[in-house]
Ligand binder design. Structure first.
Ligand SMILES: *Cc1c(COP(=O)(O)O)cnc(C)c1O
Length: 363
């Protein structure tokens, strides 16, 4: 079925297609497809965008998470606190190091709850790995203070929130290590798989540089076993170009989202934005008790609303039996979340069409 309003549309515009062809052809001209000059330039520009000293481009967000954890020697017998609600990569990256993800409850902001996290800290806890779910920053100041208080590493899975801000802090700017997926779905994304890791710690930086490249230093000596997680030069070139217009794109997403919110706030719970906060609306998520019924109503009329992450990470078949943690709020909330179409190719009329349909449903 073709949708009147698709959930997501990742096709570049004709104008952008030309620009993309140009930057790709520039890479063809120099032929440095592996760790070419665009990689270093992207690292430089993203680290400065986020106010960090160092960045390392990698092949995915999952790899950024995994290598970040490994660079801190997090592994067997360690625990890492993660929110119950996220894309499964957050928990899997912890598990793949040999450590145990401990699942934490969320608050009404859909992000890790500080008080719940405090209760999960034990002798084996090494890090708090927060997620900025849906494009909204979690309470990074409170969570970072908690981590500092217990001498834990504070890590950010900022994959869904490139460019988000809260009280002068920017997504990717606060974690001891901050990780982004830059896959095509994200608000800042490539035309293929990509990710990046940010830090101010020189040791972490040097370690991740070699971890992404089979553990090789000085292009010669393998000093530890690792796999290949290098970012592709063509993807780096595309990202470099897209970073230039990112602020504009984020502003447009905000216009679309606020248009939804203005029309829907009396009918459903719309995404909250506090003063001093910039939400980037990776997802536009509404909350309503009649979620399933409204979903069917919209889909049968050609609007591709969706339910995402409806199986909480700890309730996935792999984690169910061994799961550690407790998350009652997440269990209640997850049945009320509905994700509306949200992408750069929507226009105001599309938003109004969806909003009117939701109004009709409630009347
Ligand atoms: C997309 C995403 C990832 C994984 O990124 P990939 O680039 O697909 O490996 C990790 N965490 C969160 C929160 C994500 O949204």
């Amino acid at each position: 079925m073709t949708w009147r309003i698709p959930f997501i549309d990742l096709r570049p515009t004709e104008v952008e297609k030309k620009q993309l062809t140009y930057v790709i052809s520039k890479v063809m001209d120099h032929g440095q497809f592996i760790l070419g000059p665009e990689v270093e330039l992207l690292e430089k520009n993203v680290s400065s965008f986020c106010g960090r000293h160092y960045a390392v481009g990698v092949s995915s967000g999952t790899d950024a998470l995994y290598l970040g954890l490994r660079s801190l020697d997090i592994g067997p017998n360690d625990e890492v606190i993660v929110p119950a609600l996220s894309w499964i990569a957050t928990a899997n990256a912890v598990t793949m190091t040999g450590a145990i993800p401990v699942f934490c409850d969320i608050g009404n902001d859909l992000n890790m709850d500080k008080n719940a996290a405090a209760k999960l800290i034990g002798p084996r806890t090494r890090a708090i790995l927060c997620v900025h779910y849906g494009g909204r920053l979690c309470d990074i100041v409170a969570l970072k203070m908690l981590a500092v208080q217990y001498k834990l590493h504070f890590l950010e899975d900022a994959s869904q929130a490139f460019g988000a801000e809260r009280n002068g802090h920017i997504s990717g700017g606060v974690g001891d290590i901050s990780m982004f997926s830059l896959n095509p779905m994200k608000v800042f994304g490539a035309c293929g798989e990509a990710g990046i890791l940010l830090t101010d710690n020189e040791d972490v930086y040097q370690r991740v540089l070699r971890l992404r490249n089979n553990g090789i230093v000085n292009k010669l000596h393998c000093v530890e076993a690792s796999l290949n997680s290098r970012i592709d030069t063509i993807q780096a070139a595309i990202l470099l170009m897209r970073l230039g217009s990112l602020k504009e794109r984020l502003k447009y997403r905000e216009v679309l989202a606020l248009r939804y919110s203005k029309q829907l706030h009396d009918l459903v719970r719309v995404p909250e934005v506090l003063i001093g906060e910039r939400h980037v609306y990776y997802s536009y998520i509404i909350r309503t008790k009649c979620r399933n019924d409204l979903l069917n109503y919209l889909c049968s009329r050609g609007v591709e609303a969706k339910i995402r992450d409806s199986v909480l990470m700890p309730e996935q078949p792999y984690y169910r039996s061994t799961m550690v943690g407790s998350y009652p709020t997440a269990q209640g909330l997850v049945h009320e979340l509905l994700y509306l179409p949200m992408h750069d190719r929507l226009c105001i009329e599309d938003i109004d069409l969806v909003a009117n349909m939701i109004k009709q449903y409630f009347h």
